[in-house]
Design a protein around this ligand. Sequence first.
Ligand SMILES: [Zn+2]
Length: 123
Amino acid sequence: MKEINRDQLLEIAASERAAKSCTECSSLSCVGWESVPSSFELNKLQPLGTLRIEGAEECWDEYHPNGTNIWSEDAPISIKHHPYNRSDICECIGCKKKFLRYTEYGGYYVDERIRELDPKLIA
Ligand SMILES: [Zn+2]
C-alpha cells in the first residue's frame, strides 16, 4: 500500500467530502478510536494508503501533550506515534469521508479500530 507522509495526510484530511455521513458509513460513530461495529462491512471503506513505514522500528509510545489518552475525542493524530504509525487511511465509498483504521491484536482477539480523520487534530 502507498506510504503516506504528514503533508499528504494533511491534504487527504482537508480534501472535499460531503457535509454529512452517508448511509454507508452512518453506523460509524468514531470521533475518537472505536471498535468497528460487527454489522459494518469493511469493504465500504476504500484504502488510500498507509502510515506504516516499511522497515521502521516499532514504536509503541503514544503522544498526549495535553493530557488526552488513546480514546480521547481530541487526542492528537501524531503519525510517528502509536497507533497512528500502524494505521491505514481509507475513505467511505459513498461520501468520501476519511478514516484512520488499524488492527489491535490482543492475546485472544483481534479488534478492528477506526477513527475519523480530523485535520485539526493532526500534530
Ligand atoms: Zn459515507
